[in-house]
Design a protein around this ligand. Structure first.
Ligand SMILES: [Fe+2]
Length: 253
């Protein structure tokens, strides 16, 4: 068993006792609560995990060449640079990455960019699947309807967050500390877990646990879609992995 697998198994196994502890009512206001992520199967490590499908599996929305370059070059680079930053700043890489993100204001710009880049991409791969269902069901479906009016209204608002993000960044669906769903976006590789002050340029409009993230950097779509980000977003909905997002939402309640 490789060290990477050992770590992942540790997270999964300890997660059995910690299900439902992902966030409490004070997720982002308490580092101690954030540290409970270490006992959750959704905790993120510092190593790049295997892509859960082939490079061509999502061809309906994203071509294989884009996926391969995205995963092996861009995302792999964030993971490598994150480990370098962690070494330089004395961060314990056996702890969940969420702990670092929740205190990112204490770290360097290199840590901010690469911890965010690594976390965002690890989540991104998991929130897509070639075998997904078209829409959520159960509690998440109900919560989306209550928060946004309907699933179609949610898709429109979320798509707009991605289309309107100037330059490079991400669109997000999050659950906040009041356990409400919110949509927003961030610039560059920032995300809603980061303890960055509101109002700072590029900082998330929302704070909370990301359930769904959409990469709108040009490297995510340029080969097939060129400048047509809106077309990329339209097709991306076809490969969203709602079963995974539902599980993540349920664990956060
Ligand atoms: Fe990316």
């Amino acid at each position: 068993m490789t060290p990477l697998n050992t770590r992942r198994d540790f997270i999964v196994n300890t997660g059995k006792a910690g299900a439902g502890l992902w966030i409490g009512s004070t997720l982002l206001s308490s580092c101690s609560v954030l540290s409970k992520a270490s006992a959750n199967k959704f905790a993120t490590g510092f190593q790049q995990q295997p892509l859960p499908y082939s490079y061509t599996a999502l061809n309906e929305a994203i071509d294989g060449t884009t996926m391969e370059i995205h995963y092996t070059k861009h995302a792999a680079g964030y993971a490598t640079n994150l480990q370098d930053a962690a070494k330089n700043e004395g961060v314990d890489t056996n702890k969940p990455l969420e702990d670092v993100l929740g205190q990112i204001s204490k770290h360097s710009t290199k840590m901010r960019n690469n911890a965010g880049g690594h976390y965002n991409h690890e989540l991104f791969w998991k929130t897509m699947s070639p075998n997904g269902v078209e829409k959520p069901s159960g509690k998440l479906s109900t919560a989306i309807d209550e928060s946004f009016g309907s699933f179609e209204a949610f898709k429109t608002q979320y798509s707009d967050a991605g289309k309107n993000r100037f330059g490079s960044g991400w669109a997000w669906l999050i659950i906040n500390k009041d356990k409400k769903l919110r949509i927003g976006s961030t610039a560059n590789q920032d995300n809603p877990l980061m303890d960055l002050p509101n109002g700072q340029a590029g900082v998330a409009e929302i704070k909370g646990l990301p359930l769904l993230g959409l990469d709108v950097w040009e490297h995510a779509y340029y080969l097939r879609y060129q400048n047509k980000r809106a077309d990329y977003i339209t097709n991306w909905w076809k490969v969203v992995n709602w079963n995974f997002i539902q599980d993540r939402y349920q664990a956060a309640l």
